[in-house]
Design a protein around this ligand. Sequence first.
Ligand code: 16G
Ligand code: ZN
Length: 537
Amino acid sequence: MTSQNPIVLASAKYPKPAERTFQYGTAGFRMKASLLDSVVYRVGLLAALRSRKLNGQRIGVMITASHNPPEDNGVKLVDPMGEMLEGSWETYATTLANAPSDQALLEIYDKLTSDLNIKTENKARVVFARDTRASGPRLVSALLAALEASGTEYTDYKLLTTPQLHYITRCLNTKSTPYEYGEPTEQGYYQKIAAAFKAATGTRKFNGPVTVDCANGVGGPKLRELIKYLSSASEGGLEIKVVNDNVVEPERLNHQCGADFVKTNQRPPPSSHAAPSARCASLDGDADRLMYYFNDSDSSFHLLDGDRIATLAALFIGDLARNAGLGEKIKVGVVQTAYANGASTSYITQDLRLPVVCTPTGVKHLHHAATRFDVGVYFEANGHGTVVFSDLALKRIGKYEPQSPAQASALDTLRALTALINQTVGDALSDLLLVEVILAHKAWGPKEWHLTYTDLPNRLGRIEVADRNIFKTTDAERKLESPPGVQAQIDALVGKYKNGRSFVRASGTEEAVRVYAEAATRGEADDLAAKVADVVK
Ligand code: 16G
Ligand code: ZN
């Protein structure tokens, strides 16, 4: 009898809230945690299907809402190589999440099994973890119910950063293959990163400590753990001062701290008392975004965001490849979104002479575009990003015989970077150490880094509209094709401002549209943003 089916029976304990429509968006499902039980249960079923479809490769499930407030939570799937879930499967996630009843859910589950030719005799294997939110354990029980009901083997990695789960997923699926990525454990992650950091730093000295605001999220305890594997400051290692690492009081998560707070408010967390020119960094709630910043001697605040991390990494890796004698064999490229400051794009193309590709917002788009370069550097302005090395580039870097001591030294550093950088996804802990290595090599403080180019003043606004779905974009979100006529009005406004640039897109995560504008001066950028907002309202 169908009603005895374990999937239906367990589903009854996680009923879908009526009148709610869910959508698997750029960051998976994300909303108030109280609404998520049925969604997580159904995501567990999808993870089982995905794993069976891929012949029992491990699929990751991460329970987190990143930089959102403490009462939110979310869930997303990780594909076998540690990438984001393949696009076509996002639709299946949405369909399962919206099944109106337990019975309808089973019917969709069975239909997906047959439509996708999934062999039911294949093993299903899932690994999962969560951030520090209070709702995490409850949502884990919904996930477990789905894994049990679908006959899935699973491992609970408990508390991890999102990038750690991506790393472990890839390690598990590449174990004992030529593409082995590392030990599939949290310790393995720290060991790999710490060894690579040591090798990449060599004999260079760090210019004082870095203070890291951990958003009172999972990044705090994990950074403290990582530090145990690094050389101490007294041994010539990097001194990392950990702040905002209170995970005992969950309501402090992302509150007045963290990468999103710093980027959105353009100021340090109020708890920060950093000395002038001291290096400061902020992670977000699941430690996949990183922001650097410092206060000048005159107390002016300077943000070193994702664009700055991308330009720093592209500069350094481009130089290393050339100095190692691989300049002709390894092409470095940069991937940005329309939110990248125009000055960063000019710096990359004109000063670094590297190609830049622009993609729509969302990590999966950037990551995908980055894999088309030998070495692809991608960062969103919000601080999420990484560097990916193609198989060919890794082979060339691994096999090349240096022709001089200078080449050998550059090559050693480059090899160390391929292990230091988490190539599965943006990883704030790995990116932090990458930035520190580069600054140490260059003997730069944040000021010198900041001086590489001058940002164009810019403004980002948020407008609530009746229906954001009427705003359809083209050209990597830089132009609106609907509503008709709006783009022509924006173009006419932009033309009136020196270095003016503006675009409008519907948010993928909120019921709103975003307006971005930049121009030669602060006044003009604000003015342009306000005028474009008027057009959209
Ligand atoms: C999601 C994306 C992030 C993007 C943001 C844009 C992932 C993992 N996360 O958080 O990359 O910057 O959405 O939000 O892809 P918006 O569409 O509301 O502007
Ligand atoms: Zn995040």
